[in-house]
Design a protein around this ligand. Sequence first.
Ligand SMILES: [Zn+2]
Length: 413
Amino acid sequence: MCRTLFALLCLFAYPGTPASAHAEPTIPTMQWAGIVAPTRESRTEIVNQGFSIESVVEDTAYGFVPAEVLDSLRLQGYEVTSSLAASEMNPQDFPDQDAVYHNYAELKAELDTLVTLYPKLAHLFSLGRTVEGREIWGLRINASAENAESPTALPGIVFMGGHHAREHLSVEMPLGLARFLLESRDPAVIDLVNRRDIFIIPQVNPDGSEFDIASGRYQSWRKNRRADNKCAGVDLNRNYSYQWGTGGSSKNNCSDVYMGPEAFSEPETQAMKRFLESRPNLKVLLSFHTYSELILYPWGHTYNDLTNARDLAAYRKMATTMAAWNGYHPQQTSDLYVASGDTTDWAYGTLGIFSFTFELSPNGWGGGGFYPGPGIVQKTIQANLKPALYLIDLADDPHRAVAMPETTLFFGR
Ligand SMILES: [Zn+2]
């Protein structure tokens, strides 16, 4: 509480930005820091200044921040509880300890294998190319479609991962889900798969993910690899157009939450836009991120609740139902802090798709943060199969969730 009061007092005592913040910036050293920010408003404020919050523990927000921004926050009176250079915090080596994780080539090989094993069910396609020219791969699971493009009357759902480069577990999760849906011999799963048009896009940002592991040491890289500015990269999950740039993102291209020069400036988000707009049967979306063990639903760009009470009731019921299964915490995205330009606000706000973000395991830095090791992969996939099956089931009409007694939930047995 002492820290809380101190931070609040300092917020009021030092409201301005120091003059030094206006000096010609130099290429910053990225820091990992903890900052006392006990309210969603104070957390939104530090994000607006370029702090990328990755988790909140009690009164403290933890995340990545350019050193110059951290200095500025200190000068404004924010209490910095810890900090270290990001380059010093990741001793693990992807190919050795974490060989179970799929790099870009291994991911493609795994998708090819699934298509070969299940040619009547699985169809591979590319959503488009990244800044560096890599294909963004998608897998369509549809028992009655002849290929990835053929039209269907079936209700659709899309799972995606890997918007953020260092969140490698968010790639493994949708990939593991795809494997489960194709391999399962459970009659209930087979019946469900036969009734739905399922899309899985495991790695939206392959350039970033490859960069994160390319040197043999993790880079703690978040953004894509746009290279035409002093500091590389745009935060793809701040680049979607719905209420773009209205808070919780940064115009500083060195920030981890850089929103980009304009909405949909990046080929990766453009590819997602084209894909989602071309599939009017899509009714539900789940975007996997790490970490913190949260189930998030719109809005992100405002503290306000959804104005559509019917949708809000369905979102809340779905989130709490899934939370009971995976043990995550359900909440509106902006309960943490405002974030504008993310996938889910755009997909729901523009296309009316019921859209969730899961922040996967671990629940804190103590569990390994972005690099939790190999042991967590299968546990995380297992924990989230039931929520995924539930969403697939509800893709015909998410509003069905409200009246569904829990005893009759699909897979609730
Ligand atoms: Zn993320």
